[in-house]
Ligand binder design. Structure first.
Ligand SMILES: [Zn+2]
Length: 309
């Protein structure tokens, strides 16, 4: 993945390359603005300088344009899982380097430095938890870990999450943020598209709810597999979601793409996603959807309508 220009916020938060399709917002005025350390951040979408505390207070949402800044995996878990309920599994699955791949850096070194930087083993964590008192299986991506790319570990964890959901007859929720397949694992990462799709397909056969939440950015092999297979596909406002990036598409079809192409709002209008949900309503919405889809509460009773707690 080639180096892209970074914003101060991303740099400070240890974000990795933004992946294909990102950093290409319309109206991107390449003005260099010096931002004082820590106090202010520049919005990725409207490019305005906003007060960091205000952004933090609203769950990392831009007060000017409602852009949802990327958040860390831990912040996401905290926002979605009922307090103290998340229990990770499959943490022992770690990356190997099946191809002994090396570009400007060896893959094993890249992995090690990503692990050190993020404190994560790979680009996803999966676990059991309650969401609005509904026992669930939850998987959350970290874009900060090698652009959230899906290699064999991410694939394996998604499969194990689906297996766990089947075994315990619980709903599965996956929250994605990914640049796509992990190129350092070549065909092994492409295989994960088929594996994960088959795994979440078995939930459908078993009548268990499977929800996906697509956050900014979700691209490549993740979009082209399990992310787009949810019973309900939710996107965060203004999230960029696609397969290839807009520049690649424009060069291929030799046409200019419409305004807002690959933004969540455009995709909703064209039927690729089912709903756009603001971060502050996400947990509640997941709870409501799970209830409607027949999930059970901790007490084992079927929940009714939107009465969640
Ligand atoms: Zn903004």
């Amino acid at each position: 993945m080639k180096e892209k220009k970074r914003t101060g916020w991303l740099e400070k938060n240890g974000n990795d390359d933004r992946g294909p399709g990102t950093g290409s917002d319309p109206g991107e005025g390449e003005k260099k603005i010096r931002i004082p350390e820590g106090l202010w951040i520049k919005c990725n979408h409207c490019r305005q300088i906003v007060y960091r505390k205000e952004v933090d207070r609203s769950g990392k949402v831009c007060p000017k344009c409602n852009y949802h800044f990327p958040i860390t995996l831990d912040e996401r878990l905290e926002q979605l899982a009922d307090p103290g309920t998340f229990e990770e599994f499959a943490a022992e699955v770690v990356s190997s380097d099946p191809l002994h791949f090396s570009d400007s850096q060896r893959y094993v070194d890249r992995l090690r430095s990503a692990q050190k930087k993020t404190g994560l083993d790979d680009a996803i964590r999966v676990g059991e938890c309650s969401i609005m008192s509904i026992p669930s299986v939850l998987g959350v991506f970290s874009f900060h870990f090698m652009g959230g790319s899906m290699g064999s570990v991410v694939g394996e964890k998604v499969v194990r999450a689906a297996d766990k959901a089947l075994e315990k007859r619980r709903p599965l929720i996956l929250v994605t943020a990914s640049g796509g397949a992990r190129m350092q694992e070549g065909i092994f990462s492409l295989m994960q598209m088929a594996r994960t799709s088959a795994a979440v397909g078995s939930l459908k056969k078993a009548g268990l709810p499977y929800l996906t939440v697509l956050t900014d950015p979700t691209f490549g092999g993740v979009t082209a597999s399990f992310a787009m297979l949810g019973d309900v596909i939710i996107a965060e406002p203004r999230a960029l979601i696609g397969f290839a990036g807009p520049r690649v598409i424009e060069q291929t079809i030799r046409q200019q793409l419409p305004e807002g192409f690959q933004r969540a709002e455009f995709l909703l209008e064209h039927g690729f996603v089912d709903m756009i949900v603001a971060r502050k309503h996400l947990k509640e919405t997941l709870g409501q959807l799970l209830c409607h889809l027949g999930a059970r509460r901790n007490s084992g009773t079927l929940c009714q309508g939107s009465q969640t707690g």
